[in-house]
Design a protein around this ligand. Structure first.
Ligand code: ARG
Ligand code: MN
Ligand code: MN
Length: 302
């Protein structure tokens, strides 16, 4: 039987302040993702996009809680959680395209209930561990990992009616190079495993991925979600992102990371987020995302 992948697009741009990231799912499709994965003998079902809707003028205010567009993000997260939930329930692999990283709130809400002990690999320049209290921006795309740990506004932590979605000791962050003070405190307090750029430079990507995999296996995880923020890569190679940070993971290292994950056979769901075609150069970032998906699903040169 052919393995089955279900694509869900999430044209969400309300979790941050640079317009255009809502076109990410189109850019990724345009870069040929379906054709590419079909060649790997997967059966692909593109479920289309989640409807986000435009917030009214009265919704733009943060209502004093430092959570921009809380209502609209909550609504979209609920819809996404339902759609992802259906995909997992029927035994297909959920592959979600963003949209900004706030969508991980809904993705994880739909996935985590199907696992007793879900692992998460968070491939990102950032920790996304803020709350309304610690965020310097009020942008919800800087909060999804905290929300999934059950930390943050109850409207967000209770998406799909349960909380927390994941455990701190089952998370590995890879590529971090920009963390806010509150995020650093949370990382230390919860003992979250983080491979910063320092460790990637020092150990090399092979060792980092092998350690990450061993770490998750030792936690007896029964599935692993890959949440890949394209800003984890260096902005020279993935320029189409809203919050670029210099000194990132290279395209080659990222391919290697995806290949090692594929060999591990641990990944049970994935999302690729923050692709913003307005900020991109000739759809380069979406093309990089699709190439990485190729490796994640087993593409080989020979
Ligand atoms: N998913 C992202 N690109 N997150 C960037 C977050 C940036 C910053 N830490 C903030 O909370 O505003
Ligand atoms: Mn990021
Ligand atoms: Mn992120």
């Amino acid at each position: 039987m052919k393995k089955h992948i279900s694509i869900i697009g999430v044209p969400m741009d309300l979790g941050q302040s640079r317009r255009g990231v809502d076109m990410g799912p189109s850019a990724i499709r345009y870069a040929g993702v379906v054709e590419r994965l079909e060649q790997l003998d997967y059966e692909i079902h593109d479920k289309g996009d989640i409807e986000i809707g435009r917030p009214g003028k009265d919704e733009e205010a943060t209502l004093g809680n430092n959570l921009k567009y809380l209502k609209a993000v909550t609504k979209a997260s609920e819809k996404l959680a339902e759609s992802v939930d259906e995909v997992v329930a029927k035994g297909s692999f959920p592959l979600v395209f963003g949209g900004d990283h706030s969508i991980a709130i809904g993705t994880l809400a739909g996935i985590a209930k199907h696992y007793d002990n879900l692992g998460v690999i968070w491939y990102d320049a950032h920790g996304d561990l803020n709350t309304g209290d610690t965020s310097p921006s009020g942008n919800i795309h800087g909060m999804p990992l905290a929300v999934s740990l059950g930390i943050g506004h109850p409207d967000l932590t209770n998406i799909a009616g349960y909380s927390p979605k994941i455990k701190a000791e089952n998370i590995v962050i890879i590529g971090a190079r920009s963390l806010d003070e509150g995020e650093k405190i949370l990382i230390r307090e919860k003992g979250i495993r983080v491979y910063t750029m320092h460790e990637i430079d020092r150990l090399g990507m092979t060792k980092v991925m092998e350690e990450a995999i061993d770490y998750l296996k030792a936690r007896n995880i029964d599935g692993v979600h890959l949440s890949l923020d394209l800003d984890g890569l260096d902005p020279d190679e993935a320029p189409g992102v809203g919050t670029p940070v210099l000194g990132g993971i290279s395209y080659r290292e990222s391919h290697l990371a995806m290949e090692i994950l594929e060999e591990s056979k641990l990944i049970t769901s994935a999302e690729f987020v923050e692709v913003n075609p307005i900020l991109d150069e000739k759809n380069k970032t979406a093309t990089v995302a699709v190439a990485l998906m190729g490796s994640l699903f087993g593409e080989k040169l020979l």
